[in-house]
Design a protein around this ligand. Structure first.
Ligand code: NAD
Length: 357
């Protein structure tokens, strides 16, 4: 029997190759006349593209962007927005750039036009995250939800293949988890399964043909849907594990999700057989084989297979056990101290025997 609550979010999506050219018109539709343009100083190609299409719009540039939105940087950007009397925000870049826009939007109540250029999915969510003294705080705020999102596949062509694969698996993780997270609903599951199929079809082609626009478009659509379901269904044990490890050991966001996902899924499947039926459906395997199929996909994409490859050491394991137990306590399949240690031991070393049935 179906029984669910589904809350739709207010956003407009403009999707297609070359759609960055609609940026000035979309700003007009939003009623924004003096935007603050946020682009990372490292993404000079994106900055040039944004300048071209903003044309006569009077805007101010902000190029100081860092992973996980350091609060002092966010507060400096807020001061700039106030001093320039900005009435809206344009972000063009990955999840870090979108995150900077959200930090300003939630403090000043300004609308965001987001142009994502990775597959993080943040642009479709009201979820914000900021860091101070090495501690990441996250929350939900309707003011952080971008009002208009332009997906221009042409902008993703410069995303290096390895980064594309890791970012795409980050999107896959949002989708996999949405099929059993607290806000799971038939709508979210439909989007999530389709998005996992988009990502599974597109990512291997992007690896071998990074200029293949159709494959890039397939992955970008998967990323868009992954953000939708992340916002609506919420997160579960996989994300809780990643938040703990990412925060404690400053591990790269997308790669961390990519390594942990298969290990977390195998724990879930053992503790609650059948939970992964939709992940299995997307990958065309039984639920019990879904974790190994995810593992094989990450291997096919040439992604790291162990946490040690991305910076976590064996000597870090003991300290992480209690935080993992605490952070997963309310999940469908919580980690006991023994299970947390076991999972970490296998994931740090990248051991394949974890996936034996
Ligand atoms: P990122 O934004 O840090 O970008 C990774 C790298 O890719 C950067 O060096 C960037 O300059 C480069 N880059 C971006 N687009 C490019 C392009 N088209 N061509 C070439 N290089 C490009 O990483 P990310 O994985 O996109 O985002 C990670 C951040 O997003 C984390 O802080 C994470 O917590 C956050 N996030 C938030 C949500 C949310 O809903 N709030 C969801 C997912 C991720």
């Amino acid at each position: 029997m179906y029984e669910f609550i589904h809350t739709g979010l207010p956003y407009r999506i403009v999707f297609g190759p070359g759609q960055l050219s609609s940026m000035a018109d979309e700003l007009t539709q939003l009623g924004v006349k003096r935007p603050l343009l946020i682009v990372s100083e490292t993404d000079s190609g994106l900055l040039t593209a944004a300048r071209n299409f903003l044309g006569d719009v009077p805007y101010t540039e902000w190029t100081s962007v860092a992973q996980h939105v350091p609060i002092p940087v966010a507060e400096a950007a807020v001061a700039e927005a106030v001093s320039q009397a900005a009435d809206g925000i344009v972000t063009i870049g990955g999840g870090s750039t979108t995150g900077m826009g959200k930090a300003i939007a939630r403090r000043l109540g300004l609308p965001i036009l987001a142009v994502p250029t990775t597959y993080a999915g943040s642009e479709m969510t009201p979820i914000w995250g900021e860091t101070s003294d090495g501690r990441k705080v996250t929350g939900r705020d309707a003011r952080a939800q971008p009002r208009t999102v332009i997906y221009d596949v042409n902008l993703t062509l410069t995303l290096p293949a390895a980064l594309s694969a890791a970012s795409g698996m980050n999107a896959f993780a949002h989708c996999a988890e949405a099929t059993f997270a607290p806000g799971q609903s038939p709508m979210n599951t439909s989007f999530a399964v389709e998005a996992m199929k988009n990502l599974t079809r597109g990512l291997p082609i992007v690896m071998s043909e990074p200029d293949n626009l159709d494959a890039r478009g397939e992955v970008l659509l998967g990323a868009c849907l992954s953000g939708v379901v992340l916002a609506s269904a919420g997160i579960s044990i996989h994300h809780h594990i990643c938040h703990v490890l990412g925060g404690m050991y400053n591990l790269p966001h997308a790669e961390l999700h990519s390594v942990v996902l298969a290990y977390a899924l195998q724990h879930i499947e053992r503790a609650s057989p059948g939970t992964l039926s939709y992940v299995g459906e997307a990958l065309n395997v039984d639920a019990a084989d879904a974790p190994a199929a995810v593992r094989n996909l990450t291997r096919e994409l040439g992604l790291p297979q162990s946490l040690s490859e991305i910076g976590m050491k064996e000597s870090d394991i003991t300290d992480a056990v209690t935080p993992l137990v605490e952070s997963t306590a309310n999940d469908l399949t919580p980690l006991s101290p023994a299970a947390a240690r076991d999972l970490l031991n296998h994931a740090v070393h990248g051991q394949d025997d974890w996936f034996e049935r």
